[in-house]
Design a protein around this ligand. Structure first.
Ligand SMILES: [Zn+2]
Length: 179
């Protein structure tokens, strides 16, 4: 038995599939690999979300193993305060791929990140000083503040919560829960 388990685990390790791990109180904790998910299931440390219909079907030698895409820990893990990095992709996601000055939808081609207070004037590389902007607005604004350029921000930029990282996976989770 032990040998079989090890083999299967090795097989899962090669798979790039991801599982959303929720804390005991249903808040997102992490995105884990399918092999870690299998380990937690075998050790009886997680609940399967009964209402969710989302499973990965893994075909092993003798049977098909169903591994849920969302698992809930049976115990509560207290998280140290985690921060989300204000990188390009996260700024674009927070601002919903929408230029914060003129409001047009952004695609990879016209999306830029603007320093609200320009770097050369002491503006930092932080959540509250970075916004998504289209190329035209960014170029027009140049090294000016929004006030100087007479441009208004659609929303006041702020730091999102840690759970923001898992938003896409949580949408599926909530849809299934409410179905
Ligand atoms: Zn714009």
């Amino acid at each position: 038995m032990a040998v079989k388990y090890l083999d299967f685990h090795k097989y899962l390790k090669g798979m790039k599939k991801q599982v959303l791990l929720l804390n005991q109180d249903n808040t997102p904790l992490n995105i884990i690999t399918i092999s870690k998910a299998f380990k937690l299931l075998s050790k009886d440390k997680v609940w399967m979300d009964e209402t969710s219909s989302e499973f990965y079907e893994v075909v092993s030698v003798s049977k098909i193993v169903k591994i849920p895409k969302i698992l809930i820990l049976k115990y509560y893990v207290k998280l140290p305060f985690k921060k989300v990095a204000p990188n390009r992709i996260n700024i674009l996601r927070r601002d919903k791929y929408c230029c914060q000055y003129c409001g047009i939808d952004l695609c990879e081609k016209n999306a830029t990140i603007d320093h609200v207070i320009p770097r050369c004037r002491g503006g930092g590389h932080s959540w509250i000083n970075l916004v998504a902007a289209c190329k035209d607005c960014n170029l027009f604004k140049g090294n000016r503040t929004p006030k100087e350029a007479k441009m208004e921000l659609k929303t006041k930029p702020k730091e999102p919560s840690y759970g923001f990282l898992f938003d896409d996976m949580l949408i599926t989770f909530r849809k299934n829960k409410n179905a």
